[in-house]
Design a protein around this ligand. Sequence first.
Ligand SMILES: Cc1ncc(COP(=O)(O)O)c(C=O)c1O
Length: 482
Amino acid sequence: MVLDRTTAPGAAGHEGARGHEGNDGNSLDALIDEQERVLLERQACSHALHGRASQVLAGGVTSSWQITRPQAIFIERGAGSKIYDADGNEYVDLHGGYGAGLAGHAHPAIVEAVTRQVRRGTHFAQPCEDAIVVGEHLAERFGMPQWRFTNSGTEATMDAVHLMRAVTGRDLIIKVEGCYHGHHDAVQVSVAPEEDDGIGPATCPASVPASSGIPRAMVDLTLVATFNDLGSVAHLLDAHPGAVAGMIIEPIMMNAGIIHPDEGYLAQLASLLQGHGALLCFDEVKTGLAAGYGGATAATGVTPDVICLAKAIGGGLITGAVGATRDIMAHVANGDYEMVGTFNGNPLSMAATRAMLEQVATAGAYEELGRLRRRVARELGASIARHGLPAHVVSAGAKGCVTFSTTPVRNYRDFLTVDGRFNHLHWLFQLNGGVFLPPWGKTEQWLLSVQHDDADVSRFTDNFEQFAAAVGALLRGGNKID
Ligand SMILES: Cc1ncc(COP(=O)(O)O)c(C=O)c1O
């Protein structure tokens, strides 16, 4: 059974996606069955809402990755570190809205800023002073002098790709196998391909469309490299001399669990690309404020040519940003590349983003997030050791995940060998124990917010201990994993 978000579980439905009928109650699949049964018992209202939603919303949800097994869960409200579902169940929210929730819910500073701005008008399509302040803060944190705003991560990476092409006059781009950069054509390539998709050798991965609807002509403009493998990039640059505009990369991969760059990899990548007249874009949509005060850019000390942000910077509101060097942004300023959008930098988003940067994601907040992160890693690591799980904890800033492998995962090909059922079972144990992790657990990470505390962490680590004990007993008993 494959368990990742590319398998369109909603289409298969709860039973249809299973494929493990007749298990004997002593297997990983049997544990999943049991936990899914418990979850469904707690979700009568969500079940009814999903039925109603399916009449008017395709798949009964508003974004395809909200379709989770065994069913979509409807959320009613959030407060502080918690969210509450339609059935009234309370969860410690470590889903964080797929990484946007660094502020937690209804943070007083965000509520105040948004309330104030709503009363003063929410949209003018003209610049406002808050946008300058946000730009000044981002310039200081990310060491990138000039910025523009978008409404999502997808728009940010789309503009970044256009900009790299506009500045260099070249059409080809390089992306990394297993990196997700949003849903526009140029980056909908080799996002989460399966082995039988004709992915080619790891030294020279094939360009595989991520879904239907992506024209082959677009796929052919996107070359694919392997994370932590400079040779795979050098090979592409040599094979296409003078034709590569630039490379887009998550500096810490966060759509395949968490994969850190090897020591020196990003710096060497920057100079390799520079040597070929190609640009480097860090997609910090996920890492951004979640990885630290100045994102992965500040944490690694490598400054790219272009940076994309979204998710957490908006304090829970809708915003994205593109930062670049003055030389690159001159192409925007002089109209060579028109970076446009009706709602770009709208006053509501800018008010929330300003509050996020000035009052929420402060240096002090990162100290506390670091303390909680270390506690989570220590306690989960102890449970893993106590119960002999084939797993380890990987974290970065406010984000973390359990990777179900005894050896480090260095790239997407390593990630493919991880059995996603462990992550799904972990997700179910947490959900039934009152902690909401992001679904598609093999791919995703938890996010601590500035409003989480030790009691929240205890609920999380206690649930993990129960999960680890159940899986450990299964493994020690020599019971079925396959
Ligand atoms: C690294 C990365 N880039 C871009 C995006 C696209 O962002 P959005 O969903 O806001 O369009 C995502 C979304 O998960 C992401 O993880």
